[in-house]
Structures are given as structure tokens and as C-alpha cells.
Design a protein around this ligand. Structure first.
Ligand code: ADP
Length: 629
């Protein structure tokens, strides 16, 4: 016997063992979902065969009536789920049922807390699939044969779900997969026709292949217990909310209910049906750039693919669902998808449909949930999708000075509706945290004038604002830039300007002295018309990159030199007045640097020489204390 037909004992990949423990411990109260997961896999296997058979009809082996059969034996305490789908080779069994080939797996396990209750929420997002069998079974036996392979290439996999499994090559005449669950003592209730029928009704009505159970009573044979039509092709008024929710679980592998959905049939030159879901919670792989997309493409009732980026733009990667059309060729490939005109039209229509659904959602309470789960992803749309930029921008939500609440959700339209008369700018600040934004010296003027400022504190916000110069005719302006309030300033500008001039010409002024002390470090030093309680702040010139963006780019390893900025001094502040009264050049130097460094700290920046700052500060404080003695 050659090595690859011999029976071998193998250990699960460590993540699988961890997952199994988690599944068994955390899904106990939800045990019946094992059936949904297995039927869902069986239906996917039928979909895959249908697709593969498009280019090779012989894969059907004379049997193109695809379906799923469920059997049970109360005496033997077994349940069997059988399909005549694509099947698996020995290698595939090893990799599919011995490892977890999901992107983001490591991160997922890293995120687990060890608290069963919390983790069971997470496990729902991860999707347990096949391993759900072990919730009810103490031993699982899988026999499979890949479509197109010889009968001697069957494979038998067996495990008690305790760290190990065995695989061996066996003879199997029928293609497809059979999974036998040897039920745990406390799960024998499932080996019961009535129970299974109820569960199948719930879990497989939306499955597009027939799901069969043994006939009830004394009759021989099987009967189909589900509708066995593609759920999304049925008309809306035939479908209940429960139907939609169940189908969602099938397409998304999410255990929870969706937040909303939109189902529509487009008729005209192009005909297609879409059913899109907005999940209530982010999946574990939301931030994984390689994660599969959650949209399945069906062409002429054949499942074609579910991981093509071209089906929806990346900023809608949280959407789950189905696109179904008869207007594409069956041989549409992943590569073709990128340039196919029909698909481009469908995609554009789908994006509009989803944005429309979000607009509807935005009118109700659920939008907050959506926003906290996916807002950060949607923001990418402003950058990615120039066609729908304005629509997406309307859906954005921010915290603002009005609420000083990190979770306050203020839209740009709300902001504009509250603008003061004559105001034509939307003011914002971007920092690295809500606290930094909220307490920023840059806000002092705006707070005192009662002008609302958007408090942005998400890394993507810098890119967002650099792609959103205006909204609804109003310019977006950063309050860390020097010319932010030109307009609203006109009234008070005159006297401020005369003061400035006086300062500049007076070599003894505090402005001139600090400026010469900080020569080389700052672009300029001037008197602030904005600060009320802080002694100083740093502002960027009009076209200059914001300091926050500079820091972000530097953090990603990009070679961005820190640019020199303008130090504004609050000449009415006691500290600045104290500096103005100093005689000693060295002390002036120390205090100038302290003012500069604290301005950097206040905006969340990093000092080049933090220890130097601490030393200077200590010396300065001690010197002051001595003076006081
Ligand atoms: P998922 O379905 O999320 O990929 P599962 O753990 O449920 O994860 O299954 C892992 C893989 O095993 C599937 O992707 C599929 O390739 C394979 N598989 C599971 N069940 C079947 C089946 N009945 N027929 C063929 N392949 C299957």
C-alpha cells in the first residue's frame, strides 16, 4: 500500500483545537445550528459542482440532480448529511477539515478573551462551519469523493474532535460527501424525524437545491422539505422577515441577525436581482485586506464566485448578499469581471441601491449601530468613489464640540443647518485621539465664539478631509491652519493687525525674543488672535500638510520631513507675560522652548527630545521657585 492511501493519524492545527473547544463550550445553547452549517456546506458543494461542470459536463457522472439528503437512526443515535456535490480529495479533506484556511484567523484567536460569553459572540462572526458538528457529536465520520475522481480515490475522515483525526483512502462509488454524526448522549433528541423536519424547514428553505428527509409514517423513500428555489428569486411579498434572516445566516456565516436588507429586481435592458444585507456587527476580518468579499454572483442560476472585488467596491466590503443575473455569460471569469460592461452597470446599480438603503437607515435609530460598526469603512468611500462622493459624505458622522461626546453622531448636513449666519466653512480638527481633539488649544477661539467644530480622531480622517474639500458648497477648513477663520474674523482683524505690526517692529517684544530663541525651529512667531486659555499653539500655513498627517505618514515609515510651523503666542497669558518680563537670555531660551514643546504635546505630537523637555521644565520651575523665596 502506498503511503497516500494508508490510514494516518494526524493532529489538528492548533487553531482548530482551540476553535473546537470554543465551539463546544460556547454554542451549547444554540446547538441546533450544526444542521444549518452542514446543510449550508452541502449546498455550497452543489453550487461548486454546477460551476465546475460548466466547463466539464462529465463531472456530473450522469447525475445532475443535485441535492442534500438527511438521514437519522434513533437506535444508533446518528444523523447523516449527504450531498452529491463537488466532494473532496484526500488533500482537500486534510486542509479543509484539519486546518482553518481563513484569512485573519490568527488575529481572531488573538482577540478572544477566554470569557465564554464574550467569545461566543465573536465566534458567531468567525463562523464555525463544519466544526459545528462537534457541538452535538462525540464522533464525526466524513466520507467523500471528488467529482471526476475514480471510485478508489474516496477518502474517509474520522475524529472525536479532541486534537486528532484519522484519514484513509477508501473506495467510494458515489461522488460527493457524507457526514455521519454519532450523537453525544445529551444530543440524541436530534435523531428524530419531527425535530429534523422542523430544523430543516427553518434552516434550509432558502437553499436552492432540494433538501430531503425520509418520508414520514411507513412510506419508503425521501421527500423534499424545502422550497428548493433560489430564495432571492422569489417575490418580496412571498417572503417573511424570518426568511430573509435565515438566508442571511447562510450567506454571511454570521450567527446574529442583520441590521437591514434590500431586495430588488431590476428590469429593463439589463435584468438582475440583488439582495443585500447590512450586518449588525463587523466580521472578524473587516480590516483584513485579503478577506473574501461577501457577495455571491449567480449567473443563469449558477453560482459563479464570491470573492471578486469587482462585485462591490472595497468600502462596501461589509455588505453580504447575492447578485443574480441572466445577462452575463456563464464563463465569466474573475479576470473578466474587472472589465465587463454589464457587470460594471450592475455594480454601479448595486452601489446606488446600498447607498439608498443606508440613507433610509440614516433616518432611524439603527444608523448609530451601523455607524459604530462600519463607519470607518464607509469613510473610505469618499476617497475611493468619486462618483458617489457627495452621497457618501452625507452619510458620514462625526463627534463635534457641540456634544463633546466621542460617540456623538453629527452629519455634515446637521452641521450646516446649525451654522451661524454668514458662515461658509465647515471647521474640523483631526488628531490621534478624541481627548486630544476635545482639549486642543486650537478650539479655544471656536468655543468662545460658539462655532461648532468637527472633532476627528480616526487615522482615515486625514485622508478623508484631503479628499473632501467641500460639502454642499461649504469649504472644509482645518482649524490647525493659519487661515482657517479669515472670513469670520473681519470685524476684529483691524486692531489685531495693528498690534501685529507693532510687535514685529519692536525688537524687545516677547514675540521678537521668542522668535529669535526658536530660530530654525519655527517658521515664524506671532501674536495669537485665537487663544483664550492656552499660552501658545502651533499652526500650519495654508497649503502645508497638517502636523497630524505628517505624524501619520512618519508612523507608516514614509520619509516625510517635519515641516516648520508658526508658533502663536497668547500675549495676554500670565506665562507669556512672565517671559516678556525676563532679562536673562538663557532663561528666555528655556521658556521659549518650553512653550514650543508644550504646543507640540497639546496636539498629540511627539517631542524630538522628551528628556530634554523634562530637564528644561524642571530647571525652569526650580528657578521660579527660587525667585519666589
Ligand atoms: P467554510 O464553509 O466557511 O469555508 P467550513 O469549516 O464549513 O468553512 O468548511 C471548510 C471547507 O471544507 C469548505 O470551504 C469546503 O471547501 C469544504 N467542505 C465542507 N463541507 C463540504 C461538503 N459537504 N462538500 C465539499 N466540501 C466541503
Amino acid at each position: 500500500m502506498s503511503l497516500d492511501t494508508a490510514k494516518e493519524q494526524r493532529g489538528f492545527e492548533s487553531e482548530v483545537s482551540q476553535l473546537l473547544d470554543l465551539v463546544i463550550n460556547s454554542l451549547y445553547s444554540n446547538r441546533e445550528i450544526f444542521l444549518r452549517e452542514l446543510v449550508s456546506n452541502a449546498a455550497d458543494a452543489a453550487d461548486k459542482l454546477r460551476f465546475a461542470a460548466l466547463s466539464d459536463d462529465s463531472l456530473y457522472e450522469g447525475d445532475s440532480e443535485l441535492g442534500v439528503e438527511i438521514d437519522f437512526n434513533a437506535e444508533l443515535k446518528t444523523i447523516t448529511v449527504r450531498d452529491n456535490g463537488i466532494g473532496m480529495s484526500r488533500d482537500e479533506v486534510n486542509s479543509n477539515l484539519g486546518t482553518i484556511a481563513k484569512s485573519g484567523t490568527r488575529e481572531f484567536f488573538g482577540a478572544l478573551s477566554g470569557d465564554a460569553k464574550k467569545d461566543s459572540q465573536l465566534i458567531g462572526q468567525f463562523g464555525v462551519g463544519f466544526y459545528a458538528a462537534f457541538i452535538v457529536a462525540e464522533r464525526v465520520v466524513v466520507t467523500s469523493r471528488k467529482a471526476g475522481a475514480g471510485a478508489e480515490e474516496g477518502v474517509r475522515w474520522e475524529s472525536e474532535g479532541k486534537g486528532e483525526y484519522s484519514v484513509e483512502t477508501v473506495r467510494r462509488d458515489k461522488r460527493g460527501t457524507e457526514i455521519v454524526l454519532h450523537l453525544k448522549e445529551d444530543a440524541t433528541e436530534f435523531a428524530n424525524g419531527y425535530q429534523l423536519r422542523e430544523l430543516c424547514k427553518r434552516y434550509s428553505d432558502h437553499i436552492s437545491v432540494p433538501v430531503k428527509l425520509p418520508q414520514t409514517g411507513d412510506e419508503e423513500g425521501y421527500e423534499v422539505v424545502n422550497q428548493a428555489t433560489a430564495m432571492w428569486r422569489r417575490s418580496k411579498n412571498e417572503l417573511s422577515d424570518d426568511d430573509y434572516r435565515e438566508f442571511y445566516k447562510h450567506v454571511s456565516h454570521d450567527f446574529g441577525d442583520p441590521l437591514a436588507w434590500t431586495h430588488s429586481k431590476v428590469e429593463g435592458k439589463l435584468e438582475y436581482t440583488t439582495l443585500f444585507y447590512l450586518p449588525a456587527q463587523p466580521g472578524f476580518d473587516l480590516w483584513d485586506r485579503d478577506a473574501k468579499q461577501g457577495i455571491k454572483l449567480y449567473v443563469q442560476r449558477v453560482f459563479i464566485m464570491d470573492d471578486a472585488e469587482a462585485l462591490l467596491p472595497r468600502y462596501l466590503r461589509f455588505v453580504r448578499g447575492v447578485i443574480d443575473t441572466n445577462d452575463l455569460p456563464l464563463n465569466v471569469s474573475r479576470e473578466m469581471v474587472q472589465q465587463n460592461k454589464t457587470l460594471e452597470t450592475i455594480r454601479a446599480g448595486s452601489v446606488k441601491r446600498i447607498l439608498g438603503e443606508l440613507e433610509t437607515l440614516a433616518k432611524g435609530e439603527n444608523y448609530e449601530k451601523f455607524w459604530s460598526a462600519f463607519g470607518r469603512v464607509l469613510k473610505e468611500g469618499v476617497i475611493e468613489d468619486s462618483t458617489n462622493k457627495e452621497r457618501i459624505a452625507k452619510l458620514l458622522r462625526f463627534s463635534t464640540t457641540l456634544a463633546d461626546d466621542p460617540d456623538a453622531n453629527v452629519g455634515l448636513t446637521d452641521y450646516i443647518s446649525r451654522m451661524k449666519e454668514g458662515e461658509d466653512s465647515i471647521y474640523y480638527i483631526v488628531t490621534d485621539s478624541f481627548a486630544t481633539a476635545c482639549n486642543s488649544p486650537h478650539l479655544e477661539y471656536f468655543r468662545s465664539e460658539g462655532i461648532e467644530v468637527l472633532l476627528m480622531h480616526d487615522p482615515v480622517d486625514e485622508w478623508l478631509v484631503s479628499n473632501l474639500a467641500e460639502f454642499d458648497g461649504k469649504l472644509l477648513k482645518s482649524i490647525t491652519h493659519v487661515d482657517a477663520v479669515e472670513k469670520s474674523d473681519e470685524g476684529s482683524a483691524e486692531d489685531a493687525q495693528t498690534d501685529d505690526k507693532a510687535d514685529d517692529s519692536d525688537e524687545d517684544s516677547v514675540i521678537a525674543r521668542v522668535k529669535s530663541a526658536l530660530a530654525g525651529q519655527v517658521e515664524d512667531v506671532c501674536e495669537s488672535k485665537r487663544l483664550t486659555t492656552s499660552p501658545a499653539r502651533l499652526v500650519s500655513a495654508g497649503e502645508q500638510m497638517s502636523a497630524n498627517l505628517e505624524r501619520l505618514l512618519q508612523a507608516t515609515g514614509q520619509d516625510v520631513p517635519s515641516s516648520k510651523r508658526i508658533l502663536e503666542l497668547n500675549v495676554g497669558h500670565p506665562l507669556v507675560q512672565m517671559v516678556a518680563g525676563l532679562e536673562d537670555g538663557e532663561q528666555i531660551g528655556t521658556w521659549s522652548n518650553l512653550l514650543y514643546d508644550q504646543s507640540i504635546l497639546a496636539e498629540g505630537g511627539k517631542l524630538e527630545d522628551p528628556a530634554g523637555f523634562v530637564k528644561r521644565m524642571n530647571e525652569a520651575v526650580v528657578a521660579l521657585a527660587r525667585q519666589g523665596d
